[in-house]
Write a protein that binds this ligand. Structure first.
Ligand code: SF4
Ligand code: SF4
Length: 454
């Protein structure tokens, strides 16, 4: 009997070891590195110029909130890059993240800094194509190119975490691991089965341990509680921001709203919360003063599909320069990035970790999961809440997930009589004229319906 107990303990220990194995990439076949560092200054200049061109258009919007000035400034790299460099010099670790499955609360609790490094910059794509296949989505190539050129913020990351959300991301992880440390975060294929939840919970626990090892800081109860509370404050402010966007008198453009959200990818958490709170206060005042940015009958649009990321706002510029307004989005690089809070039932470590695991899995509407019903529920709910006149489906070329899902979305929106336009595009400027023509026709169609009521 004693022998059986010892054997059982051994098996149990072995099982636990397997369960908590850290995932990574072996360095058995390292590849020769490609570098385009010499292009860094040239590309940085182009990146900043593209941003400035967006801002020139955005700043012409009548009654634009004055508090947008902070967000106009902070993306310009200089200030924030310096702050992050100082953080690193003082021994802090910067963790690059992709998608929105990586629990920021744990990163903050370990004393590290998360930065989302999904990129929207066309120029870095060609360089990335020296290694990556041409036929993969521009988001992946653009982001990888940032590393090859060593552009901020990628250049400031000590390591990168890549969720296994699509095939492109999985392989990006492996290729990137020749350049810097990469931790894959393995996602289940479904969200709500008990096996999936348990699998993901273990993944989060491993993640916590690795963060502790990396930073040398134990994630204690009080540190985690504080990080959850800080992120929660950000969500409270973001909810207010989202509510304001529902106003029938449009107060903020879709471009400004996305810029505010995407500054949170790299900005100081407390400062972003404070600045967005101020912006919300100003917008609330503008409601009282009836200071809308566009006429109330402007077609209200909801954007869905593949993420749009600064400075690639060509699509948003077209929509809003041609007489529409984007009042809501379902992007993982937009509303989905900040909307869902960690909900704690009981303030004990295990429950806090469970709540974090749930927050980053259950509300996700990323198309990487087997079923798309949640996405469609969310879309229909937003159409109602934001009083949407039409939905625009933004599909990045070569993103199979959004391509495959379109058929279902189309059928359901058609059935509900909700106007829908699908635009397939990439980060280049070549299709601008074609997109303009299609967007213009779509807006005209919506207007002709809408004006009947005015
Ligand atoms: S849609 Fe999903 S896979 Fe694509 S970037 Fe967003 S979270 Fe990642
Ligand atoms: S846009 Fe599509 S292909 Fe590209 S990373 Fe996201 S899910 Fe993957």
């Amino acid at each position: 009997m004693a022998n059986e107990v010892v054997m059982f303990k051994k098996i149990f220990k072995k099982l636990k070891e397997v369960e908590l194995k850290e995932k990574g990439f072996e360095k058995r076949y390292p590849l020769k590195r490609v570098s385009a560092f010499e292009k860094k200054e040239e590309f940085k200049k182009i990146f900043l110029e593209q941003g400035e061109r967006n801002l020139e258009l955005m700043q012409k919007i009548p009654n634009r909130a004055k508090n947008m000035a902070y967000f106009d400034e902070i993306w310009k790299l200089e200030k924030r890059v310096k702050e992050i460099e100082d953080f690193r010099k003082a021994g802090g670790k910067v963790i690059g993240t992709f998608c929105n499955f990586v629990p920021e609360e744990l990163i903050y609790a370990a004393g590290c800094l998360p930065i989302r490094i999904c990129a929207g910059f066309y120029e870095t794509i060609e360089i990335a194509e020296e290694i990556l296949a041409k036929d993969i989505c521009p988001l992946i190539k653009s982001s990888f190119g940032f590393k090859l050129v060593e552009l901020p913020y990628f250049s400031l990351c000590d390591l990168v975490i890549i969720p296994t959300s699509c095939d492109g991301k999985k392989k990006l992880g492996e290729i990137l691991s020749d350049y810097l440390e990469v931790w894959p975060l393995e996602l289940p294929n479904t969200k709500d089965s008990s096996q999936s939840k348990e699998f993901w919970f273990q993944e989060i626990k491993i993640f916590k341990k690795r963060l502790e090892k990396l930073s040398g800081n134990e994630i204690t109860f009080s540190k985690l509680k504080k990080a959850i509370e800080l992120c929660h404050l950000r969500q409270v402010v973001f909810h207010r921001f989202d509510e304001i966007r529902q106003s029938t008198n449009p107060l903020i453009s879709g471009r400004d709203a996305l810029l505010v959200t995407q500054v949170s990818f790299f900005d100081d958490l407390r400062r972003w919360t404070e600045k967005t709170k101020k912006l919300c206060q100003e917008l609330t005042e503008n409601i009282k003063k009836n200071l809308g940015i566009y006429p109330a009958q402007t077609p209200r649009l909801l954007l869905t599909g593949s993420p749009i990321i600064w400075p690639n706002y060509k699509f948003l510029n077209i929509i809003e320069e041609f007489g529409g307004i984007v009042v809501g989005d379902t992007f993982c690089s937009g509303t989905q990035h900040l909307y869902n809070p960690v909900e704690i039932d009981e303030w004990v470590m295990e429950e806090m970790l469970k709540a974090i695991a749930e927050r980053y899995l259950l509300p996700s509407i990323c198309p990487c999961f087997i079923e798309s019903n949640d996405r469609i529920d969310n879309l229909l709910q937003m159409v109602k809440d934001f009083k949407i006149d039409g939905v625009i489906y933004h599909q990045l070329r070569l993103c199979q997930l959004y391509d495959l899902e379109f058929y279902k979305v189309k059928q359901i929106l058609n059935r509900e009589n909700i106007p829908l336009l699908r635009i397939q595009t990439d980060y280049s400027q070549e299709d601008i004229e074609q997109i303009k023509t299609r967007v213009e026709a779509f807006l005209e169609m919506i207007k002709s319906k809408k004006y009947e009521f005015y």
